[in-house]
Write a protein that binds this ligand. Sequence first.
Ligand SMILES: Nc1nc2c(ncn2[C@@H]2O[C@H](COP(=O)(O)OP(=O)(O)OP(=O)(O)O)[C@@H](O)[C@H]2O)c(=O)[nH]1
Length: 632
Amino acid sequence: MSYQDQERREHPRKKITTRLLWHVIAVSLILLLIAVLVSFWQTYPRAKQDVLAKLQADVQQKLAFNQEVLSGIEYQGDVLSEAFLKRYEAYVGKPEFAELFDDWFQETSPGVFRLQDEFFEGTTTANHVFRHLSTFVGPRGEPLDAELKARIVISLLVLSELAPAWQNEVTNTHFSMPENIISLYSPDSPWGSLADKDLVITDFSTVRSTLQQENPQRTPNWTGLYFDISAGFWTITYQQPVDLAGQHLVNSSFDVSLQQMITDFGHVDEAGVENYLLNAKGHLVASSTLANGIDGTRNTLTPENYDDPLFRALAARLLAADAPIEQAVWEDVDEDYLILVHHFETPNWWYFSVYPKALITEQALQIPLLMAVMGCFLVVILLLAVAFFVTRDVSRPLRELANIAALVNQKNYHAIEQESVSKVRSYGEVTQVLNAFRVMARRFVKANEELEQRIDERTLDLREANQKLEQLAHLDGLTALRNRRAFQKDVAQALQDHEGSYFFVMADIDDFKPFNDNYGHEAGDQALIAISRLFELVAASKTYRYGGEELAILIDAPDAKQVEQRLQELLQSIEKLAIEHLYSRRNQPFLTVSFGYTRIRPGESVSALIQRADKLLYQAKQQGGNCVVGDS
Ligand SMILES: Nc1nc2c(ncn2[C@@H]2O[C@H](COP(=O)(O)OP(=O)(O)OP(=O)(O)O)[C@@H](O)[C@H]2O)c(=O)[nH]1
């Protein structure tokens, strides 16, 4: 197997924990995503409700407070009007008021009269304390008669009595008159002294709206937002026309700084949330967007002069409404914003809370996001736990299994047995497989040992059998003497031995044919066996059955004399056997043997040796047998 193949096969084993973890991550994240989506789906409407409820509560609080403030100002208007009328009815026509006018006023330019400066700085006259007062009597068509002079003086008297009490609620308190006259109680500046001599206050929409031809119903009104250039801040004005017997006498009026109200209405608790306050004409009264910077030289802010698309859309929608709107939620004015509308009853204004829909989504996402974060945290914990347990209970045991399998592959069963004391914990099926491997390994080892033992035994038996076969292959079956093959081998060896001294003997039983013929072949065999045993007794010799009744002897002897002696002794021992042979042609009635012997000459051929020995044996036979003939 190539290295790459092995790697490929091992790869999945290495990755099992990782793969499992990826699966757990995927399933967990899908479940988490579903949970987050369901949670968002459930949470969004509630978040929207919460936002609306919060906005409503917030707006209600602002409206309640500011409505209280404005209602208070309207009430002050009533008080101021009643006080003026009361004095006017009591004192009009009395000449001393016209005289007071002449004392208090000076003509600063033709037809233009202004209250003396001490009335602003502080003075005591006619049993009254005057301070922070100024009056501008501008150019007008009507003559400055006693009635008008009295009206102006009465206005100053009323202002000096009532206005100081309200200086914290309003910027200034004043009476304006249709004859282009205005008396003010204003702690900040003597506006009447500073006004341009050609100023016609009835040209301003604020005063003009109180004139009888402009306002036949004689209703009090709140102006829209305008920038008071002299005061230097955004202001609204409340004006209440005061008529008597069809004559428009004065307007009880207050300038109210919108600094606090704009701060209140413009204040937003959340970034991205805006609000607008519009009056019934669609003019802007307050807005959180004014903080973005607005041209302060403009008078009132209307859809025509104030370029704010959302303000314009709100004004258009408000003015186009068939019926008065009390409270509403507009979702279709702008696709990005949810608009909550509240009617501000006292001055007849509408307050619009503009809430970005994205913030609702953001709020609705808080719980799902928290869930997602917590879920991710739990997934991480889960993964760590799974990784720990999978590594401990699956991966390590599987690696152990793989090790054991590798050892099986290497047939290293002893190592498997040693692994049996496992270093890793395992459970269930893995334990079963591990144990099965161990049992299998133990059986293999045992079987192997038994097999090796049997092989050893068989090998020994075989070796012995081979030895026996080897012996048998070199022995004669009848006489148990060495056979012809052994003879050839030993003779060849002796012929190569140049050191030793060997003799070769050929022996032949005399007249063995008649023996066989007369005593039987079996008797012949027995005789052959008996004689052979005697041959075996010859010292330092090896006897071979050369063929039939012929025997050969290799004798290790230093000289022929010793060979002669040993063969003679053999001859005698054969005679002593006295195997009867009555049919021998020799002169004895016993079985005898003839011998021919010769010295082995190292290097000569076997046939030459045999031939020489044969001749000598032949000579022994010729000599009558039962004798020994040698050539040396
Ligand atoms: N019983 C028996 N007879 C054998 C065996 N081998 C050879 N013979 C017999 O030995 C006899 C040898 O006879 P011959 O070669 O004629 O010689 P001989 O009769 O011994 O006469 P000489 O050798 O001249 O003394 C034969 O009859 C063979 O059958 C054997 O193993 N057993």
